[in-house]
Design a protein around this ligand. Structure first.
Ligand code: ADP
Ligand code: ZN
Length: 730
């Protein structure tokens, strides 16, 4: 290799994904190597993947250094990506190897590209023409020079493989070996999209200008559901692709991907590359490699797509940016929305944060002028925003174990009579949240967690929503062993479906809950069926709050609008506000005016009132004032520490020790609260203790926390996780 930065034998630092904390020194291999190259290195008895991180640190004797085994055939990691991983590691207080693992989550990255045999049209004519041969040539010619595998070609032409082979000697068909990891079909950004409404066109022009400028910037694109945000940001994608750069669209739900892919295909003439947990290993590898070589222009994916090795990333769209699923709550704790902004700033890329109900963080960043804000104020077409009303549950009479109030029932009947759809929203999966024994009062709990088991009648099992443990519904109470006394308490969507069927025996009822569908495809089929009018009443969890378009839906009934207001979560008000508005936004997306009815026991609650009046800016301002006064995010900083251990005492002892020795935190004016048992004090048999750290906005929190935790030697059984900017306090 010519022009290698490090000659053979030079001392280099190699970062691996092994939990060693930092890069290690090696000798450069024969032929040398350069910073960013993927290499294979010996580690103990093993060979592992690594990245050349730069010159060696020189902290190991040259005599003890081992040599890099080989440089891999993969696009080298770009400087921008290395910087991104380092910054993300510093921000989230994650060891660098764990960040590298996120960036190399595809198998066989360094394997030589595997080949497959392909067949295409050659210049020659066949020595003898038959109708079967003619069909083969016709297929090859009608696809404009595309190459096929033998199986594909034979099937398309309706001939046996031997017919194809028989065309090779004359040169009519060419046989060649091509790499299995093919580039993705080209997207055509010049294909026209829909003609945009005036405010859409204005927003699109601003986004296009930002992308064309080629530098970093973040825009909050706010618009009610159905206002055409997707159409607008696809214009930014088009600009990015025309400029030869790559774009990434992050979506919160795999379920939404299918619908989105179809839209991309309509707009750009081909489907984009997808990245999510449901892909095969071969697909992962292909995408990872193609993204690095520029063979994928647009990637649509889940949060981890942020760690793909884009060759030239020009735009990141974070759709539904407020969605809490952007926060990864296991392993490396990071917020994909925030990391998207970091990555874009290092890549000189633009970020578009799209939402009908932005997070207070993004709202505040726009207020402070850090983000540009663009508003789409009207819904596309004639549909207006739904009217919202409260149903005061204190003055409704309901039989026991029923949840649909007479007022809601009447509204549903009226809509159904008019041939329209109604949606009942209840954010609780399963049949009933609690199963109680009427003989002894025992509530069935999970053996490993401090959580009640939730009855899922569809599965005929009890399920722990904390750890996923399931067991058959018992006949007898596990505590007093009396049979036949177990009773369901409270509603889940399955139980609500039962009540609905009882009250509306002629209606077709569809339940949309994530656990009822084995695959994203099955869920998509159900959603399509509903959109096509194959259901009268839809019952759904928060799965329905997002993005789906049901043109016949004109009424939304929220069974328990108070559900999210309970609890001490700092974002309880914000989340309820967002969720209720998203759900209500499902109604009246077609030509009919929508109505949303919220069943509540506290219609005067400020959050419920803000939802009803639709005074969004008022709500955000009031919420911002409260957070500012309390010094909490986004006007102050927080970090959570979760310590877990098989024995509660060990976790508490460490927590107490940390709280006492808080010097490094006090020096930056930060405060420590706790240790306290976590609200869910036991998960998977481990006891959990929390500490909470609060600091002023500008305080160097990460550095202080590192200093504070540096002396801690964790005993084998204990685990400690640091959660910067926690979203969940459980
Ligand atoms: P949002 O992303 O804000 O929820 P969408 O972009 O999904 O909104 O638009 C809602 C619906 O309106 C979609 O079916 C979309 O195709 C359609 N739509 C939006 N803008 C236009 C337009 N300018 N012309 C035609 N259809 C549009
Ligand atoms: Zn459990």
């Amino acid at each position: 290799m010519t022009g290698a930065e490090f000659a053979r034998g030079a001392r280099i630092a190699v970062l691996t994904a092994q939990p060693l904390g930092r890069p290690f020194d090696y000798h450069a291999p024969e032929g040398g190597c350069s910073t960013g190259e993927f290499v294979e290195v010996p580690l103990g008895p093993r060979k592992v993947l690594g990245v050349v991180w730069g010159a060696g640190a020189g902290d190991v004797d040259a005599g003890r250094l081992r040599a890099v085994i080989r440089v891999l055939d993969a696009a080298p990691m770009r400087d921008e990506m290395r910087l991104f991983l380092e910054r993300a590691a510093d921000y989230t207080l994650t060891p660098l190897p764990a960040m590298l693992r996120l960036a190399t989550r595809a198998p066989g990255l360094g394997d030589p590209p595997s080949m497959r045999r392909l067949y295409r049209r050659g210049a020659g004519g066949p020595d003898r023409m038959t109708s079967a041969r003619a069909r083969v040539l016709e297929v090859l010619e009608s696809y404009g020079g595309l190459a096929f595998t033998l199986g594909e070609l034979a099937e398309q032409a309706g001939v046996s493989p031997s017919v194809v082979k028989g065309l090779i000697p004359s040169g009519a068909v060419l046989e060649e070996d091509a790499p299995r990891d093919q580039p993705y079909p080209r997207l055509d950004p010049a294909r026209g999209g829909v003609s945009l409404a005036e405010d859409q066109a204005r927003a699109a022009a601003r986004l296009r200008a930002g992308v064309a400028g080629g530098s970093y910037g973040t825009t909050l694109l706010k618009g009610v559901t159905g206002s055409g945000k997707t159409e607008v940001y696809l214009e930014a994608v088009a600009e990015c692709l025309s400029g030869g750069r790559q774009a990434l669209v992050l979506l919160p739900e795999i379920a939404l991907t299918a619908e989105f892919l179809t839209r991309v295909e309509r707009r750009f003439g081909a489907r984009p590359a997808e990245w999510h947990s449901g892909m095969t290993m071969a697909e992962r590898r292909r995408l990872w490699r193609m993204v690095g070589r520029g063979g994928a222009q647009l990637v649509v994916g889940a949060r981890s797509a942020l760690f793909l090795p884009f060759r030239d990333l020009g735009l990141i769209v974070v759709d539904e940016e407020h969605d809490s699923s952007y926060k990864q709550e296991e392993g490396v704790l990071y917020n994909a929305r925030d990391m998207a902004v970091l990555r874009a700033s290092l890549a000189s890329a633009q970020v578009v944060l799209a939402s009908a109900t932005p997070s207070l963080e993004s709202w505040a960043n726009a207020e402070a002028g850090k983000y540009t804000r663009l508003d789409l104020t009207s819904r596309f077409g004639e549909a207006g925003l739904p009217e919202m009303r409260a149903i005061d549950m204190r003055s409704e009479t309901l039989p026991a174990s029923h949840w649909i109030s007479p007022t809601l029932e009447a509204a549903m009947r009226a809509r159904l009579a008019a041939g329209q759809q109604a949606l009942l929203f209840l954010n609780r999966r399963g049949y009933a949240p609690v199963t109680v024994c009427r003989a002894c009062g025992h509530q069935i709990g999970c053996a490993h967690c401090d959580a009640r088991m939730v009855e899922h009648r569809f599965l005929k099992r009890l399920v722990c929503h904390q750890c996923g443990e399931t067991r058959p519904m018992p006949e007898a109470c596990p505590s007093c062993h009396v049979e036949g006394k177990l009773a369901a308490v409270g509603p889940g969507v399955e139980r609500l479906a039962e009540e609905t069927a009882e009250r509306f025996p002629d209606a077709r009822v569809a339940v949309l809950s994530s656990d009822l569908f084995a695959t994203a495809r099955a869920l998509k089929a159900q959603i399509d069926a509903i959109a096509a009018g194959e259901a009268d009443i839809i019952i759904g969890t928060q799965l329905v709050a997002k993005g789906h378009n049901f043109p016949l839906l004109t009424l939304v009934g929220v069974i328990d609008a108070d559900l999210g207001l309970q609890g001490s979560d700092l974002r309880a008000a914000e989340r309820t506000f967002q969720l209720m508005r998203q759900v209500a936004g499902r109604a009246g997306r077609g030509a009919q005016k929508g109505l949303a009815l919220l069943q509540t026991f506290q219609p005067e609650h400020p959050v419920i009132r803000a939802i009803l009046t639709g005074d969004e800016e008022g709500f955000w301002r009031a919420e911002a004032a409260e957070r500012r006064a309390a010094g909490v995010p986004p006007y102050g900083r927080m970090a959570g520490i979760v310590i877990s251990a098989p024995e509660a005492k060990a976790a508490f002892d460490l927590g107490t020790m940390l709280a006492r020795n808080d010097g490094p935190l006090r020096r930056i004016g930060a405060q420590v609260f706790g240790p306290a048992p976590a609200p869910i004090a036991r998960v998977r048999g481990r006891h959990r203790v929390r500490l909470l750290i609060k600091a002023e906005k500008g305080a160097p929190l990460q550095v202080a926390i590192s200093d504070w935790l540096a002396p801690v030697k964790l005993p084998a059984q204990l685990r400690l996780a640091v959660d910067i900017d926690p979203q969940s306090f459980l």
